[in-house]
Design a protein around this ligand. Structure first.
Ligand SMILES: NC(=O)c1ccc[n+]([C@@H]2O[C@H](COP(=O)([O-])OP(=O)(O)OC[C@H]3O[C@@H](n4cnc5c(N)ncnc54)[C@H](OP(=O)(O)O)[C@@H]3O)[C@@H](O)[C@H]2O)c1
Length: 178
């Protein structure tokens, strides 16, 4: 018998969404990000290094195009309905519960029991995981660029800002679930 039950996204690890989002909620354009902020790329790398990172197939393919490989030093869990061939540090998942379980296994077996699992977009993936996210690591880009992909509405009341690092044209902001 099939049911319409919501998937349960439970993990003992901290589930962390990481995103760079403009003032107009844009996060992407033509499969890429509509800005180039090297400090943000460095921040993403430092924050996610040696952890599992869940992302959608479109975001994954954008990274392959840019880097020629999945994110080094991390396990990428790629959500897709397709039969993708992936290199050793990327794993396919068929749904969000599967993605979380796969990320748990990677945290245990490949990342020395890492205590965080990152959710790295795009929009379709943020939307599905946001209700379960414990922390948000946000790069707030002070611009209103053209774009075709937007960060979904999120329940700001349920989060409290715990850190803010203002830079030139952007800020690193962190929120935890209140
Ligand atoms: N600014 C940022 O921080 C940031 C971060 C990430 C991405 N982005 C941008 O966002 C854009 C991409 O976002 P997007 O929303 O278009 O695409 P996406 O979320 O990266 O990928 C969408 C694909 O993921 C797969 N998928 C999602 N949920 C699934 C599920 N529950 N089960 C199975 N497969 C699932 C499907 O792949 P199949 O079609 O293969 O089934 C779907 O077509 C790009 O422009 C990217 O640069 C920006």
């Amino acid at each position: 018998m099939t049911t319409d039950a919501e998937p349960t996204l439970e993990t003992d690890r901290e589930l962390v969404a990481i995103v760079a989002v403009a003032d107009n909620d844009v996060i992407g354009k033509d499969g890429d990000m509509p800005w180039h902020i090297p400090a943000d790329l460095e921040h993403f790398k430092e924050t996610t290094m040696d952890h599992p990172v869940i992302m959608g197939r479109v975001t994954y393919e954008g990274i392959l195009e840019t880097l020629g490989e999945p994110l080094p030093g991390r396990t990428t869990v790629v959500l897709t309905s397709q039969a993708l061939e992936t290199p050793e540090n990327a794993v396919v998942a068929r749904g969000i519960e599967d993605a979380l379980e796969t990320a748990e296994t990677a945290a245990r077996e490949r990342h020395d029991g890492a205590d965080r699992i990152f959710v790295a977009g795009g929009a379709t993936v943020y939307k599905q995981f946001l209700p379960a996210v414990d922390r948000m690591v946000v790069t707030a880009v002070h611009d209103e660029p053209d774009g075709d992909t937007f960060f979904p509405d999120w329940d700001r009341e349920s989060f409290r800002e715990i850190a803010r690092d203002d830079r030139d044209g952007f800020a690193f902001v962190e929120y935890v679930r209140a």
